[in-house]
Design a protein. Structure first.
Lengths: 425, 182
């Protein structure tokens, strides 16, 4: 708590003293008369100034778990000290929050009741875990000679989850697992999707008999079907580099994209894992279900770029994080050679790989002319070469720009993979 | 960083304080000129007044409240130089000069406070200005009373000098005691 003099109290006494001393020294009562209003102001102001008691406060934040763009209400109940007529209440906002109302700080007057309520409405514009609820209060005495300032602790954690877009198209892995799910398996078996007709063999169910084919071809013919199975998907997030502003950079885009992809796969009863590959390796093993979905989003919230010079390859990734036949989706701006090498290594080891490239172009300054333009062209060509390496290896690379929808990007990846299957990759 | 709204709200007291300081400096200088003052003293007074106005204007423009005291001091110095050079009868406008100094200072300090993020309660602010007005008016009356008292007595007598000096010391001690009292 601070109870300190304002600049008035530092200036006025000197001015009064100077005028009075000059009046005495020069024998001019006018100077003393000129000092009189200032002297009375000072004396009355100091006599009425009382140190206030610390105000009581209670802060309530609702809700404490929100999705980006939702509103959060911070309600503060302040018990004003009797020494102050009005108190300014300010809510320090962490970056990533917007104030919707009222003004910050807000004046709270001493009313009839013992406590006054201030309701701040804020909107998170960035995912993450934030501390909110500390209040700063400020007041002054009746003549503004002394200032009262205090920080009222009321910090609470607010978790802001990334807003995920609903995807109708998803990347179809090449191989499915043995557990039932929503993906049509390549192998034939018990399922719903029609695959083929074949001659009846002993042990086939009577209900599998295709009576039309049997009547046309003679003998018994039965339907073959594709079973519905689930898949394992591992999202490999590049946390080596970050480009762009804090609210709309590649890291934010990556987490939003990963949240959208993960929620879509989990909705279809697939198993999803997460690897944050960067300065620090973070992971969540593949799993499914509602609990896993919450764990995955919580892990995504902790995603951050940690700068490191150390070379990191896929040998650092624990083997259990990469189940056999899993689809690995790299979400990366492809700016760091370590992630490029790691992804190509994974593809080289036979993993099914697709890459969603977070386009760094919107965050790169336009090249002017001369050397800068030439350097930009070389950089663009270098990136083209890198993409072609992935495509030659049989991994789709589709750029995704900030602000664009993810759905067409996923559809393009799937289209490329379908064509690649026909080409025999 | 102050918001545009806060800055525009601070413009009114800033403009008023600068206008009041300029009016005060000009009036004091004009009165000294009309009174047939000695030229060097007028030059010093006008220079002090102009510097005072500039100091107040600079303080409110930059939002630096620490410089306001210097501006007020220079304006008071202008008046002191004029009074010292005059050598004639008692100037009855002295309490008014003091009152204007307080109002100028308060407007300038308010402007600097409003430059930063702040919350204003209109009713509370109105009451504060009424309170300041009343106190300053009372101070001006006290100043007039002091002038009346000194016109009756011989202001240059040793007894008056000792009494005046004692009052000044007592006053400053009182201010210091109140200042320390929390």
């Amino acid at each position: 708590m601070t109870w300190a003099p304002t600049p008035r109290l530092l200036a006025y006494p000197w001015l009064v003293a100077a005028l009075l001393v000059t009046a005495i020294a020069a024998g001019r009562p006018e100077l003393a008369a000129a000092a009189a209003p200032l002297t009375v102001f000072l004396l009355v102001g100091l006599a009425t100034s009382r140190r206030p008691q610390p105000p009581g406060s209670r802060v309530c934040i609702s809700p404490q778990r929100v999705v980006e763009g939702d509103t959060v209400t911070v309600t503060a109940e302040i018990a004003l000290p009797t020494e102050l007529e009005v108190l300014e209440v300010g809510l320090p906002l962490p970056s990533g929050f917007q104030l919707l109302g009222p003004a910050n700080p807000t004046a709270v007057r001493r009313g009839d009741g013992s406590a006054q309520s201030v309701v701040f409405t804020v909107r998170p514009v960035r995912w993450g875990e934030f501390s909110l609820g500390d209040l700063y209060v400020r007041g002054r005495d009746d003549f503004g000679l002394r200032r009262f300032e205090m920080r009222l602790p009321g910090q609470m954690a607010v978790r802001v989850y990334p807003r995920s877009s609903r995807l109708r198209t998803l990347i179809r892995p090449t191989r499915t697992h043995v557990y039932s799910g929503s993906r049509v398996a390549v192998q034939k078996g018990e399922g719903i999707e029609f695959a083929d007709v074949r001659p009846y063999v002993t042990g086939d169910l009577i209900r599998s008999v295709n009576w039309r084919a049997s009547a046309r071809r003679g003998g018994f013919w039965v339907n073959d079907r594709y079973p519905e199975r689930n898949v394992d998907v591992v999202l490999l997030l590049d946390t080596f580099t970050h480009l762009g502003p804090p609210e709309a950079g590649t890291l934010e885009q990556m987490v939003r994209g990963a949240a959208s992809l993960a929620s879509a796969w989990l909705r279809d009863r697939d198993r999803v894992g997460l690897i944050g590959f960067g300065g620090i390796l973070r992971w969540l093993e593949v799993g499914g279900g509602t609990r896993h979905a919450y764990q995955l989003v919580d892990t995504l919230l902790d995603t951050q770029v940690v700068f490191s010079y150390a070379w990191k390859g896929i040998d650092l990734i624990p083997v259990r994080l990469l189940p056999p036949h899993a689809l690995i989706v790299g979400v990366t701006p492809l700016l760091d050679q370590r992630i490029v090498t790691a992804l190509l290594d994974l593809r080289g080891r036979g993993f099914d790989l697709a890459v969603i490239e977070l386009s760094p172009t919107p965050h790169v300054e336009e090249a002017g002319s001369g050397t800068a333009a030439l350097a930009r062209r070389v950089w663009d060509l270098d990136r083209e070469v890198m993409r072609s390496r992935f495509l030659r290896a049989g991994a789709a690379v589709v750029p995704w720009s900030e602000g664009d929808a993810l759905e067409p990007v996923v559809a393009e990846v799937e289209l490329w993979r379908r064509r690649a299957r026909f080409r025999g990759h | 960083m102050a918001s545009a709204r806060a800055v525009s709200r601070a413009l009114i007291p800033a403009a008023l304080s600068v206008a009041l300081a300029a009016a005060l400096a000009a009036t004091v200088a004009l009165r000294a000129g009309l009174g047939g003052e000695r030229t060097p003293l007028i030059v010093v007074a006008v220079a002090a007044g102009a510097l005072g106005v500039l100091a107040v204007a600079g303080a409110v423009a930059a939002g630096r409240s620490t410089s306001i005291g210097w501006g007020l001091g220079l304006l008071a110095a202008e008046y002191a130089v004029c009074v010292l050079g005059e050598g004639r009868g008692i100037d009855l406008a002295a309490p008014l000069v003091g009152a204007l100094l307080v109002i100028t200072g308060e407007l300038a300090y308010t402007s600097c406070e409003w430059r930063k993020p702040h919350a204003v309660s209109r009713a509370v602010e109105l009451r504060r200005w009424l309170r300041i007005g009343a106190v300053v008016a009372f101070g001006a009356v006290v100043g007039l009373g002091a002038l009346a008292l000194t016109s009756m007595a011989d202001a240059n007598s040793p007894a008056a000098l000792v009494l005046g000096g004692g009052c000044v010391v007592a006053l400053m001690v009182l201010v210091a005691v109140l200042h320390r009292q929390v």
